[in-house]
Write a protein that binds this ligand. Sequence first.
Ligand SMILES: [Zn+2]
Length: 101
Amino acid sequence: MREPNFFRRLIRKLRPPSSQKGKDHHDEEMLRRLLQAVERTREVEYSCEDVYRVLDEYAERLQRGEDAARLMPLVRHHLEMCPDCREEFEALLRVLEGMAA
Ligand SMILES: [Zn+2]
């Protein structure tokens, strides 16, 4: 994985220019910011639970002819990666199509 490199780059970016004095404090601060950054990175990807929560909205938007993939790109991204959710999604679409017919 590219994690080690990623973290090194992140640490270099987050390190304040003058990190010589109060080093312990800076390390602590840096770690805190690093964890926050990781937390934010995680939010970029939906979990199955997240997708499941908005899957019906996504399917309904598609059904209405809206550009669901553009409006909810994280859902589309997850569906591309995750066969389980895609199966769930396709079942949902079939139900909606049945109701529309
Ligand atoms: Zn999933």
